[in-house]
Design a protein around this ligand. Structure first.
Ligand code: PEP
Ligand code: MG
Length: 390
């Protein structure tokens, strides 16, 4: 598949193709997230792939190195023995939980086969956008039950695959421009900067019906006994938003004091106010570094011109993370990461050294992240033993 960019309604086709090449996008674009979960080789952000490659042309895509070769190239490499390696790896026990990110229910079985300790981020917008109708369309056309059932069924697939392990489902976080081409998209507001716009919890708290339908799906799952379901609110910037969301859920019949509710830390304001969030009753917090980097450093995560400045290890980002981890540890609140940086070994080493309690990585990164976590934990133990003996 060669295209400018993939959309959620292209997922059925993405499942059938041998490789994906896009003109636009970076590490966290739709094509990158979905192809990683499908295990399909992909190269994103080629700028001119769709102009250079012609229909019917035979090419070979090396998604590891980011090369497209003319013709059918036979790999010189030995095939990797991926499955047994991952299975053996799952025996490694780490004190820091190593979880996996999931975006499409079709990837649930592959994700569970990694032996991950749970799902640290289930993005439901891929599920909803894949319906090709906005939540508003379902509400305006009196098809609310259909929406709830779709959501319920998609989440249930992941909960079943991770039976007995925590699965943190994130409420809807789709910028208005991603809704535009869907049925009902004509009613979406046109925003100058959708990244800073009407999305995440700020939209749900105002679009009560949209929020209520998501909560209804969660409620039915909790009632079915899926106590491993936790709900995570995206784009929170003030503890009042958490309190408000919780009281709306209570109003809609959720026993909020006995379910797991947490937040994403994607906005510097929420990292700074972490203590107030804990006082407001969050059960966990997870760093969404894809956005935390963008909002801390004022770098559009999809803008290739400033991509070279996009750095999760920028000292300002690290300080925000360090300080928030310290507070979580003080209060005994689980603190995790689910942004792309959680799939990068040097960052994960730093996070474990600074006391993070869990890490959620992409499916293809679980093996190396588990190894990084185990190695870092052992190093900490060894250094402590040495300094005691010194
Ligand atoms: C993040 O911001 O790091 C994150 C995981 O959310 P998304 O990539 O969906 O914005
Ligand atoms: Mg985000």
């Amino acid at each position: 598949m060669v295209t400018k960019m993939t959309n959620p309604d292209m997922v059925p086709a993405m499942k059938k193709v041998a490789a994906i090449v896009t003109d636009e996008g970076g590490m966290t674009c739709h094509a990158a997230i979905v192809s990683r979960e499908l295990g399909t080789p992909a190269i994103v952000g080629t700028k001119n792939g769709s102009l250079t490659l012609k229909p019917g042309q035979v090419v070979t895509v090396d998604g590891e190195k980011g090369f497209v070769y003319e013709g059918a190239v036979v790999s010189q490499q030995q095939p990797q023995v991926q499955a047994p390696a991952v299975a053996a790896q799952a025996q490694i026990i780490t004190a820091t939980s190593v979880k996996v990110n999931v975006s499409i229910p079709e990837a649930a079985a592959r994700a569970a086969a990694t032996g991950a300790d749970g799902v640290g981020l289930l993005r439901i917008e891929h599920l909803i956008l894949g319906l090709n109708k906005t939540p508003g369309w379902f509400i305006d056309n009196h098809k609310e039950e259909e929406f709830v059932k779709e959501l319920y069924a998609g989440i249930k697939i992941v909960l079943d695959a991770f039976y007995g392990k925590p699965v943190w489902v994130r409420t809807l976080d789709a910028p208005t421009d991603e809704f535009r081409n869907m049925a009902g998209g004509e009613n979406e507001p046109v925003e100058h900067n959708p990244m800073l716009g009407w999305r995440g919890i700020r939209r749900d708290l105002q679009s009560k019906d949209q929020f209520r339908l998501q909560v209804e799906a969660f409620k039915r799952l909790w009632e079915q006994g899926y106590s491993n379901l936790g709900v995570m609110f995206p784009m929170v910037s003030h503890p009042d938003q958490f309190t408000q969301a919780k009281s709306m859920m209570r109003e809609w019949g959720v026993d909020v004091d006995h379910v797991t509710l947490g937040i994403m830390i994607e906005i510097p304001g929420s990292a700074i106010l972490i203590e107030e969030f804990i006082e407001a009753g969050i059960n966990f917090a997870s760093f969404g570094t894809n956005d935390l980097v963008q909002y801390t450093l004022a770098i559009d995560r999809n803008n290739e011109n400033v991509a070279w400045m996009y750095d999760p290890k920028h000292p300002a980002v690290l300080r925000l993370i360090h300080d928030a981890i310290e507070v979580c540890r003080e209060y005994g609140v689980e603190c995790s990461i689910c942004g792309q940086a959680g799939s990068e070994p040097p960052m994960v080493q730093w996070l474990v050294e600074h006391g993070i309690s869990s890490v959620s990585a992409n499916i293809d990164a679980i093996a190396k992240i588990r190894e990084t976590v185990a190695r870092t934990e052992r190093k900490i133990i060894l250094e402590n033993a040495r300094s005691r003996n010194a």
